[in-house]
Design a protein around this ligand. Structure first.
Ligand code: P6P
Length: 338
């Protein structure tokens, strides 16, 4: 069968590198190693229904969440591969309490923060899950990286993206020159360009939020929800509700079709006053993608996610992210201006 001569993700990364004569190729190498880890995880996720890897590992992580076996496998796969890649000086993972060192003598100039398998509570019911990653340049001078190398604003990210494992495995990333999507052809083990220069539609009809939290939201958030439910066809209301409960899946849909995702502050859990999602390896990388694709990402106070300086590895942040017009509209309600 004649396969289309598609552009592989490796080719796209090299082309992007060629546009920067001063580039050393280390970022390209880092992304290439990450892609190998993604292929290994994809194969395991797709086999999960057959292997005995479904179910829980019997452990809990720093978030107090039960660690699924695939979580653990994904986390170990990325750490093992990246620790000896020679491109990074330190890592931070959703599954690890503290920063993760790299192999002595293999310290590189970048840092990697990641959620190895976000949405993992959906694994056993075959709902899409995903790996989210965020890459910065180190700020400390040499040898093993330290916390401050990872605790940097999203604005300073060198690259960010995710791999979504579902009906097909798709890698979406940006290194500051737009957002591009690549679909894995498992028969040849290559990611091929399938979504060039993704732009998030400005108009959106989907709202993605866990309405089970309605009783714990602020008055402003409740007024916003009342507004989007009103019957007003010219303004596209009522919006259609789409909530998968897997951040990567909800974000990916909105990136392609347009939409808004919200996980605002709520009073449900005194331990999590800032909402549930984490800044470093969830909100920050997706915010870079949203902005690169013409969308927006803010907190429910209207602060730009990319301008927040992290103070701790697992710090949580309220997240309102998606199509520009929809985020502008939500922001006005959340700030009490409407
Ligand atoms: P809730 C999955 O556990 C996750 O971290 C995100 O992927 C998802 O957006 C969110 O939690 C869902 O949270 O409270 O609606 O179940």
């Amino acid at each position: 069968m004649n396969r289309p001569l598609g552009i592989t993700v490796s080719r796209q990364i090299m082309d992007s590198q060629r546009m920067h004569p001063q580039a050393t190729g280390e970022l390209s190498g880092l992304l290439s190693e990450l892609i190998v880890a993604a292929k290994i995880i994809s194969a395991e996720v797709n086999m999960a229904g057959l292997a005995d890897i479904l179910g829980l590992s019997g452990k809990t992580n720093i978030q107090g969440e039960e660690v699924q076996k695939l979580d653990e496998f994904s986390n170990k796969t990325i750490i093992k591969r990246m620790a000896r890649s020679g491109y990074i000086c330190v890592m931070a993972s959703e599954e690890n309490d503290d920063i993760i060192p790299v192999m002595e003598g293999y310290e590189g100039k970048y840092t990697l923060a990641f959620d190895p398998l976000d949405g993992s509570s959906n694994i056993d019911v075959n709902v899409n899950v995903g790996t989210i990653f965020s890459i910065h340049r180190r700020v400390s001078q040499w040898r093993q990286g330290i916390d401050s190398d990872v605790l940097q604003r999203g604005r300073e990210q060198v690259a960010a993206g995710y791999i979504i494992y579902g009906s097909s495995t798709i890698m979406v990333y940006s290194s500051g020159e737009g957002v591009h999507g690549f679909t894995l052809d498992p028969s040849v083990g290559e990611f091929f360009l399938s979504h060039p220069d993704i732009k998030m539609p400005e108009k959106s009809k989907y709202i993605s939020v866990n309405e089970g939290n309605h009783g714990y939201w602020s008055d402003n958030m409740r007024r916003y929800m009342d507004y989007i439910r009103e019957d007003d066809k010219p303004s596209g209301r009522p919006y259609s509700a789409r909530y998968i409960g897997s951040l990567v899946a909800d974000f990916h849909r909105n990136l392609i079709t347009g939409g808004i995702f919200l996980y605002p502050r709520d009073s449900k859990d005194p331990e999590k006053p800032e909402g549930k999602l984490r800044l470093l390896y969830e909100a920050s990388p997706l915010a870079l993608l949203a902005e690169q694709a013409g969308g927006r990402a803010i907190t429910d106070d209207g602060e730009n996610i990319l301008d927040i300086t992290p103070t701790s590895l697992h710090q949580r942040v309220p997240l309102v992210i998606g199509s520009k017009n929809a985020v502008d509209e939500a922001e006005a309600f959340l700030k009490g201006e409407r």
